[in-house]
Ligand binder design. Structure first.
Ligand code: PMP
Length: 355
């Protein structure tokens, strides 16, 4: 770390989230940050071009009304039930501030999206971490019944496993305080808790355009909840940044959610590749969890994950490895195109026979 003389105690004390690398190496097969391998809908590109005009001198709509209306229509809810932010990371951060308190720990799984503990630390909140079961499934009973709220991802990351709506309902309805369900990967094979909103008044569903809509570069995420819960998010947002989504992002995300047909085709292609690639990984000696996401979580029976990740990098293939207890022998592999997965298999065959 550099000269910390003028840093706040907060800046000195935090351990920031470390995103997957984004190197500028040509011809790299990039399977390390769960991006969509396909381009966004052509209508999104047209919307971006359409928004790039003289109106950029003006601030954007602080309430993103057109986008919120399009999201509401797509999910069959009211616009007052929709909140949008600069990526679901921002929505999640604001949700921590809107729903969790410092003097009452919230619950979360021990193995989950690694940004949650970072937000907790940044905001001075305490978490009660609940260990995943030995098979990495979510411990539904132990996550239930808390008093300070709960957050979990469904499907979970980086494990790729999903729980059903009965389990989501059991956790939410037994929790005092808010239940935040992070559905970043839900469209690749899990059921959305949006269907539970009328039964569970404390439920907050967080979604993103980054994965299913191939718009990680645009930075748009959203939350769906009751109007009362959304009001809390708006109060926090308007105390921090009143214009989180720029004009281009609002126009592009609106075009994207309106082109449902394109998105569904892309999702089908990714799920098909995932299902055909999983047995090929198993044939190479990996154990794979049954993924409901756009990535696979796989451990090799004899080869250490850290070494495999390094060797793959030398072959121009990037995958993610987490140096954390219980999962340090796993690789998290984003599902790319069939061609990219072919190149990954080819590289693995090479590495495994040489080692
Ligand atoms: N939730 C989970 C579980 C994720 O894996 C990610 C992506 N890193 C996010 C949220 C954040 O996605 P974004 O900010 O791009 O919407």
């Amino acid at each position: 770390m550099g000269d910390m003389r003028y840093w706040s105690a907060l800046a000195k004390g935090i351990s920031p989230y470390v995103p997957g690398e984004q190197p500028r190496i040509p011809h790299l097969i990039k399977l390390n940050t769960n991006e969509n391998p396909y381009p966004p809908s052509p209508k999104v590109i047209l919307a971006v071009q359409g928004a790039a005009d003289a109106s950029l001198r003006l601030y954007p709509d602080p309430e993103s009304q057109a986008l919120r209306a399009a999201i509401a229509k797509r999910h069959g809810v009211k616009p007052e039930q929709v909140f949008v932010g600069n990526g679901s990371d921002e929505v999640l951060a604001l949700a921590f501030l809107a729903y969790f308190d410092r003097d009452e720990p919230f619950r979360m799984p021990d193995i989950t999206y690694s940004f949650y503990p970072v937000y907790a630390q940044l905001f001075g909140m305490a978490a009660e971490t609940v260990p995943l079961e030995d098979d990495f499934s979510l411990p539904v009973e132990k996550l239930s019944g808390g008093t300070g709220g709960v957050i979990f991802a469904n499907p979970n990351a980086p494990t790729s496993l999903a729980i059903g709506l009965d389990d989501v309902r059991a956790i939410a309805s037994s929790t005092e305080g808010a239940a935040i369900v992070d559905e970043a990967y839900v469209e690749f094979g899990a059921q959305s808790a949006i269907a539970l909103l009328s039964d569970c008044p404390n439920l907050v569903v967080v979604r993103t355009f980054s994965k299913s809509h191939a718009l990680a570069g645009l930075r748009v995420g959203y939350a769906i909840a009751s109007p009362d819960l959304i009001e809390a998010l708006n109060r926090v947002k308007n105390s921090f940044n009143s214009y989180p989504l720029d004009r281009v992002a609002q126009a592009a995300a609106t075009a994207s959610i309106e082109d449902e047909h394109y998105c569904q085709n892309v999702l089908l292609a990714i799920v098909k590749t995932r299902e055909s690639f999983l047995p090929r990984l198993e044939a190479l000696g990996f154990t794979c969890l049954p993924s409901k996401a756009n990535f696979l979580f796989a451990a090799h029976k004899t080869h250490a994950a850290a070494r495999l990740q390094k060797s793959l990098r030398e072959h121009g293939v990037l995958v993610r490895h987490f140096n954390a207890p219980r999962i340090d022998n796993f690789l998290r592999i984003t599902v790319g195109t069939d061609d990219e997965m072919e190149r990954l298999v080819f590289s693995l065959q090479d590495i495994l026979s040489l080692a």
